[in-house]
Design a protein around this ligand. Structure first.
Ligand SMILES: C[S@@+](CC[C@H](N)C(=O)[O-])C[C@H]1O[C@@H](n2cnc3c(N)ncnc32)[C@H](O)[C@@H]1O
Length: 238
């Protein structure tokens, strides 16, 4: 299994992450409203297949999927607690829903299906650089011709090293995440300090390009939180 430790905070309980997102500390409201608009651009609604890597409880993606229903949704996560909640949130989707307990890198590398959308939200930054490159190569192999890789994640500034990124992010957490109880805030800070390895946009772009995903579009940026769309060619339609 790859990078299991970063998920400890999510396997024990889902309540801390819910608290953060309910206060919109990581811009879930803005980010997922952008995802909703993006999915609405596709012309293969009710026919497309979406693989959600590190799906968590799928709480914020579900409303987008209700507006633009996939024929097949598969969510992969290492947290059983998150998957149990995801099952509830996704219950009203009309298409097929599969929830898989497993490692996201193994899942994308071993999938036998072709996917129209690969989605990943705040999960890839836990991978090491060689694992991220493997992730993009696998994405390039299993995406359909007009497929999209939608990546939501924290990103470092160009030429910013990890230490300086962490200084900035931990400061942001301690100053802005004021509704998180002190002990839980420290737990979240330790998680970020120990397990977050975000890349610069140019590095993600290079890895995607090496995997044949030559078109990169920055969909949104809210502080360190980016939404990036990768595809083989300009994504005029799905
Ligand atoms: C910060 S949460 C994000 C949840 C949701 N995608 C979102 O955008 O809000 C990260 C999720 O990725 C999962 N995760 C992290 N690394 C993983 C891995 N290697 N394999 C599977 N799931 C992983 C965690 O268990 C957690 O549920």
């Amino acid at each position: 299994m790859t990078s299991a430790e970063p998920t400890t905070i999510f396997t024990r309980s889902w309540s801390l992450y819910d608290l953060l997102t309910e206060h919109n500390y990581m811009f879930h409201n803005e980010i997922y409203s952008g995802i909703r608009d993006l999915l609405e651009l596709r012309n293969d609604k009710e026919h497309y297949r979406l693989l959600d890597l590190g799906c968590g409880n799928a709480r914020y993606l579900t409303p987008c999927l209700k507006r633009s229903p996939p024929a097949l949704y598969e969510g992969v996560d290492l947290s059983e607690a998150a998957l149990a909640e995801a099952r509830e949130y996704l219950a009203e989707l009309t298409g097929q829903v599969i929830l898989t307990h497993g490692d996201l890198l193994e899942a994308v590398e071993s999938t036998g299906k072709t996917w129209d959308i690969l989605f990943t939200g705040f999960a890839i930054h836990h991978l090491m650089p060689d694992e991220k490159a493997r992730f993009f190569r696998a994405a390039g192999r299993c995406l359909s011709e007009n497929g999209w890789l939608i990546l939501v994640d924290v990103v470092r500034e160009e030429n910013q090293d990890r230490e300086s990124y962490l200084d900035g992010y931990l400061k942001f957490m301690r100053e802005k995440w004021t509704h998180v109880p002190q002990d839980q805030l420290e737990e979240a800070c330790t998680h970020v300090h120990d397990y977050d390895y975000p890349e610069c946009l140019s590095t993600l772009q290079e890895m995607a390009g090496a995997a044949g995903l030559n078109c990169t579009r920055l969909i949104s940026r809210h502080a360190q939180h980016y939404t990036i769309l990768f595809s083989r060619s300009a994504p005029t339609k799905g």
